[in-house]
Write a new protein. Structure first.
Length: 92
């Protein structure tokens, strides 16, 4: 079955298409990617993963056509960033 593995940085997105056996898990896909040069500087097994925006366990069995997303840690809490933006706006 064919799936895609995606990892995005602020200025670069990596998309790798994999052909895995039926019944393969997200962990299997990550292990296949671990030795690829595109992921040499990423701790794949330590980061959360998801499928189409929904976080899943590494044990999740993949389906053909899935887009396995590797999530990097947030640099800023979104709520805190929103508060700072709002504080900068002049009052109405």
């Amino acid at each position: 079955m064919k799936i895609s593995v995606v990892y995005a940085l602020p200025r670069r997105q990596t998309v790798i298409d994999l052909d895995l056996p039926e019944g393969a898990s997200a962990r299997d896909a990550l292990e296949r990617c671990r030795d690829l040069p595109e992921f040499s500087d990423v701790s794949l097994m330590a980061l959360p993963v998801g499928i189409y925006g929904s976080e899943v366990s590494p044990d999740r069995v993949l389906q053909a056509g899935d887009r396995l997303e590797i999530y990097r840690p947030l640099l800023v809490d979104p709520k805190e960033a929103r508060r700072k933006r709002t504080a900068k706006k002049p009052p109405r």
